[in-house]
Design a protein around this ligand. Structure first.
Ligand SMILES: NC(=O)c1ccc[n+]([C@@H]2O[C@H](COP(=O)([O-])OP(=O)(O)OC[C@H]3O[C@@H](n4cnc5c(N)ncnc54)[C@H](O)[C@@H]3O)[C@@H](O)[C@H]2O)c1
Length: 250
């Protein structure tokens, strides 16, 4: 099935590994030109090499999504290299779990900043390039945790905030034929999740209660990203797509 992604220019933040890497890989296989951006330069290099070995058009750029200057230079480089930007996936994010009474200010600030300030700065930089061509897709990677998780007040607040951001952006940008949607992944087996001290307990609980009795893979989320980025999703905006194997509330 042609998803209409041939030649589209895509930036996925935090795409050196995990869900972001699966996303750039899947989008490149659909013919998109991809920008791999992350704070981890050696992981960027190996992801870009893997993509190019598959014949993809890919470049790697180091940028911290919280840093306004780095985000601006990233936007400038994309404009110089490709002359356009069609699809932005705000994916960079991480957890710093603690009960609120034990949470350090830095754990709150770093999580909320990366997820919300990062999406704000990246989207603000990307939009003029999309508005110019009257076509665009912004896809924000939220989390099922937006519904609440003990130990994740910082992360859940940021991921719920990202959904409000998405809905408001959809209302503002529809007239430019730019859609904004969020994806709320469930338990997806990536480095971020495997590094959690509670990984085995969380995995067993997810396996026991998920209607689809398996953990999600980065490719499960990448498939949803490809769909929302494609021409097939042209009349969908302001939505949050849960990709959780059927798990919802807790
Ligand atoms: N894995 C899951 O179960 C799961 C579930 C729901 C949502 N998510 C979300 O999906 C996204 C990707 O998660 P993942 O599991 O692939 O994580 P991951 O840790 O494997 O990958 C995240 C990438 O983001 C990069 N990154 C971190 N801070 C950054 C910054 N300031 N600027 C640029 N890049 C930065 C990291 O270097 C890393 O390469 C995150 O937003 C996460 O919250 C993951």
């Amino acid at each position: 099935m042609d998803m209409g992604l041939q030649g589209r220019v895509v930036v996925v933040t935090g795409s050196a590994r995990g869900i972001g890497k699966a996303a750039v890989t899947a989008l490149a296989r659909e013919g998109a030109k991809v920008v791999v951006t992350d704070i981890d330069s050696s992981a960027i290099d190996s992801t870009v090499s893997e993509l190019r070995a598959e014949g993809a058009e890919a470049i790697g750029l180091v940028a911290d999504v919280c840093d306004a200057q780095q985000v601006q230079s990233l936007g400038d480089r994309v404009k110089t290299e490709f002359g356009r930007l069609d699809i932005l996936v705000n994916n960079a994010g991480f957890t710093r779990d603690k009960y609120l009474t034990k949470m350090a200010d830095q754990e709150w600030d770093s999580v909320v900043n990366t997820i919300l300030r990062g999406a704000y700065l990246m989207t603000k930089t990307a939009l003029p390039m999309m508005m110019e061509r009257k076509w665009g897709r912004v896809i924000n990677i939220s989390s099922r945790a937006h519904l609440g998780n003990p130990g994740q007040t910082n992360y859940a607040a940021a991921k719920a905030g990202l959904i409000g951001f998405t809905r408001s952006l959809a209302l503002e940008q529809g007239k430019f034929n730019i859609t904004a949607n969020a994806i709320a992944p469930g338990f997806i087996e990536t480095e971020l999740v495997k590094a959690l001290p509670t990984y085995e307990r969380l995995r067993d609980a997810a396996l026991a209660r998920n209607p689809l009795p398996r953990l999600g893979s980065p490719e499960d989320i990448a498939n949803a990203i490809v769909f929302l980025a494609s021409d097939r999703a042209g009349y969908i905006t302001g939505e949050t797509l849960h990709v959780t194997g059927g798990r919802y509330s807790s």
